[in-house]
Design a protein around this ligand. Structure first.
Ligand SMILES: [Zn+2]
Length: 294
């Protein structure tokens, strides 16, 4: 699909009865996969108003009952879920078990933080919508692969390892050769590292590249292919390699200097290097604890 000037608010059929809807807010994607008996909604957008808009758009395509799969717990991917649960009380809502734990354990705090961040960014309307969101927990969780039967077609929910978060869920549609990656890949913006595992993300991408379909739908931006993932993996590997080489305990100014030389850019790179430093420090401390015990 070519990028165009106004790609938002319409469906793109990226494979046989597999649709992507790009949305203006954060250029986030939602997906829709039709079977003969049910449809699967991939991510529910960032507020109940946005979830309602998505559900109306789905109803313009199909009257089928729906299931929901959440790629991860970030608000722009899951805060519209209550709309789908309300509309259909037996709605299966799938996520990785750590996505459930994240929403159940700190969802209220995170919702307040997101609202504050939106307000500080001048997004008053969206901040009000986020404040009003009823957090809705997944009612089906996975760690190993799960196959869902949509009637005449199966989709697979897969967790490839830690990357953008510790609970990224990938949706594979084998018969259409399409894979939904959530924010494990982002088109049009650098990878987002705020809750990421920068040291492990490159290997997760390597595993993914062996099994993605011809069409890859990122969490944000237009659909891509495996060549895009190869390039993004190179950028992620550059971050991980630099993080491993840097001496520990660099101050922020020093980290910024290094981050500004990364292909992912200074802002994303700085967060990535901070996260990596924290994880390396945890590894050292757990290693020394293990050493003392042995
Ligand atoms: Zn995310």
């Amino acid at each position: 699909m070519k990028s165009d000037t106004n790609p938002w608010g319409r469906w793109y059929e990226v494979g046989d009865r597999v649709f992507v809807r790009r949305n203006r807010t954060l250029d986030v994607n939602a997906g829709l996969i039709l079977g003969d008996e049910r449809c699967l909604v991939v991510d529910t957008r960032g507020s109940e108003r946005e979830g309602q808009e998505l559900r109306r758009a789905i109803r313009s395509i199909t009257p089928l009952p729906h299931l929901v799969a959440l790629t991860h717990s970030h608000f722009d991917h899951c805060y519209g879920t209550s709309v789908f649960a309300d509309a259909q009380p037996d709605c299966e809502i799938w996520a990785h078990e750590r996505c459930y734990a994240d929403l159940a354990g700190s969802g209220v705090r995170q919702r307040a933080e997101i609202s504050t961040w939106l307000r500080e960014s001048g997004e008053e309307v969206l901040a009000d919508e986020v404040d009003a969101v009823r957090l809705t927990l997944p009612n089906h969780t996975m760690t190993a692969d799960v196959t869902l039967d949509l009637g005449g077609r199966s989709v697979v929910l897969h967790h490839p390892g830690r990357g953008h978060t510790d609970h990224d869920l990938v949706v594979e549609v084998p018969d259409a050769d399409v894979t939904f990656l959530g924010d494990l890949a982002e088109q049009g913006a650098p990878p987002s590292f705020d809750h990421a595992f920068p040291l492990e993300w490159p290997d997760t991408m390597t595993r993914l590249m062996e099994r993605v379909g011809r069409v890859v739908v990122p969490g944000h931006g237009h659909p891509v292919d495996v060549g895009f993932l190869v390039r993004q993996r190179t950028e992620l590997a550059e971050v991980a390699n630099l993080a491993r080489k840097l001496p520990p305990h660099l101050d922020d100014a020093e980290l910024e200097w290094h981050a500004n030389r990364l292909a992912v850019g200074g802002a994303a790179g700085f967060i990535a290097l901070k996260r990596a430093q924290e994880h390396l420090a945890e590894l050292v401390s757990s290693g020394s604890r293990a050493g003392r015990l042995s």
